[in-house]
Design a protein around this ligand. Structure first.
Ligand code: ZN
Length: 189
């Protein structure tokens, strides 16, 4: 399936629209975090869903990440945060330098659950007992399929309990400080 199956009317949420009930301190803290790289808001429920999916088999598994992009400007510049709202697991997963193969219904599910402000913001996959790092193949996958400024790549080693996050077509690694492992129901989520 190709990326043009993803709806074309997607847009970012403004910081003002999501931060209306935050204190000035929260907003300043968020902006402070994001001087260099956006932060990722990674809530407990979606974290649990990913970890359960990736623990089902000791082989490479993966899926898509849905989320909101929070930006001072648009989907290209001024991105402050990317909030992961949902994981869409694939039953089958195979990536190589030139292709990324997942169930066709994964892309369909992602579109069904998505809307203009909640859309595919990246992908995740596992490296069981190999360590969480982005391989050359993973970098190619990111460059070929997840090229937007907000596109995230999450790699998890479910056995060693490691995770790493990468962003954009050049797979820039995000610092662990930029990943806010938020608790569902709190203001930041
Ligand atoms: Zn990999």
């Amino acid at each position: 399936m190709k990326w043009n199956n993803v709806r074309s009317d997607i847009r970012a949420l403004s910081l003002g629209s999501i931060a209306s009930n935050w204190s000035a301190f929260d907003v300043l803290e968020l902006l402070n975090f994001t001087q260099h790289e956006p932060i990722v808001l990674f809530g407990g429920l979606v974290r649990k869903a990913i970890s359960e999916h990736l623990s089902t088999k000791n082989v490479e598994l993966g899926g898509l990440l849905l989320g909101n992009v929070i930006s001072n400007k648009d989907l290209i510049d001024g991105i402050v945060a990317i909030k992961i709202t949902q994981a869409v697991p694939s039953q089958t997963f195979k990536s190589s330098c030139v292709s990324l193969s997942m169930d066709a219904n994964v892309w369909q599910d992602a579109n069904i659950h998505g809307d203009a402000t909640n859309f595919v913001v990246g992908w995740y996959h596992s490296h069981p007992n190999l360590g969480a790092f982005f391989s050359g193949t993973d970098r190619s996958t990111q460059k070929n399929f997840f090229t937007n400024s907000y596109s995230l790549g999450l790699v998890v080693d479910p056995i060693r309990k490691e995770e790493r996050w990468f962003r954009g077509s050049e797979s820039v690694e995000l610092s662990a400080d930029n990943i806010l492992r938020t608790i569902d129901g709190l203001a930041l989520v």
